[in-house]
Design a protein around this ligand. Sequence first.
Ligand code: DGL
Length: 273
Amino acid sequence: MIDLRKPIGVFDSGIGGLTVVKRLVEKLPNERFVYFGDTARVPYGAKSNETVIEYALQDARFLLSRNVKAIVVACNSASSVAIPALRAAFDVPVVGVIEPGARYAARRAPGGKIGVVGTRATIDNRAYSRALASVNPDVKIFEKACPLFVPLAEEGWIDEEVTRLVAEKYLAEFREKELDALILGCTHYPLLAAPIQAAVGENVALVDSGVAAAEATAQELTTLGLRSDFEGEGEREFFVSDVPTKFKEVAERFLGREIEKIRKVDLETLRRR
Ligand code: DGL
């Protein structure tokens, strides 16, 4: 019989996935989580599909070596290409951010007009378009890659003039579209929700895929009978493939809480798995 108290593994190309961990912890406070951020190889959003799939498989193998009972791909770029390979390679449930995010957005867009912002990989793979079309073929989709949002979020420049200008420049074309919802299709973007909302207009509902992924994870675990029976607060462990100087500070801002210990995983070890 499976040990229900085994942790849930979560990975991202770096620290952006911590916005998803935040939502997972809110939704599933009694679960244990092991987070892996591939900070040595970030960004995934500018790499080829083959490379991202290879990295995602290595990241997942690392999490499985920590004995996880499920894997959450807390990276849109990886979710946009690697989910089939991950599901084929491993026998634990794998939850991505894109399908849940698309379903959630479709529910919040009665007028059927949805914008999507993300990295080049996510947008070029048309990951959300495909997912949205399968939920509701009548939906109108407007997509835009916004690569500069990632470094701005990592730098913590939320309330800065430069961020407002970048958001306005990227999102000006969405203004006249009268969108119902805008999907924040990159795990860094929820941090920039305020300048993005201001640029796109107050009437547009912003969709954080992390919220949707947390709901989907809870649902999947319940369906499979894998929910933890622990009654206290679950343990959280953090691993990275490199420790950038600002990691702790940025990670704590992403997560909204203090992180005591961050351990480093050697890239060679990761590749050998
Ligand atoms: N976390 C990534 C995503 O959600 C953004 C950073 C990257 O390009 O790796 O797409």
